[in-house]
Design a protein around this ligand. Sequence first.
Ligand code: MLT
Length: 200
Amino acid sequence: MTMKHIINNGNNDTTLLLLHGTGGNEQDMLPLSGLIDNDANVLSVRGNVSEQGMPRFFRRIAEGIFDEEDLVKRTHELNDFITTTAQENNLNRNNVVAVGYSNGANIAASLMYHDKDALHAAILFHPMVPLRNIELPDLTGKKVFIGAGVNDPISPRQETEELAQTLTAAGADVEIFWHQSGHSLTQEEVQHAAEWYKSL
Ligand code: MLT
């Protein structure tokens, strides 16, 4: 299935996969890509699910309670879409770095939970644990940056830590940057993510 998206060709081998939060769209994250890697290719995708008109990447039953069947289905759908789009645009499928916020970070984490080859690395702003009771693939060599707020009511601290521990146990190299704010994306965490990205 196709997904509404924006694609911009850059000057290096990396593709930044931009994934917005609930109610956002494929325009939202574009300024971030310039701050992280102005030379990268950009694939910015709009979630295929609509929650009362708000785009999302998978259905939820309530705030923080995910429709796991839909999440798994949408994860595969997004993964296939990335593969097809990379092929059609001559992008290196093995060098896709996700940059996701909130719901977009959750589907990015789910991509890593399901397929070790889905992402080269990921920047997850305010993610949650996408699902439990799943065996993760071997994520050795994968790098993950998590930006989180100690006062985030949607992604509480223990949830962030559980996600980081689960990814680490699967072999990923995870860095968490904590700030004092809530669920909103801060300039500070974007700057830290951009700094972390240089070490990829
Ligand atoms: C989700 O549903 O993915 C999380 O609650 C975050 C969000 O509201 O987007």
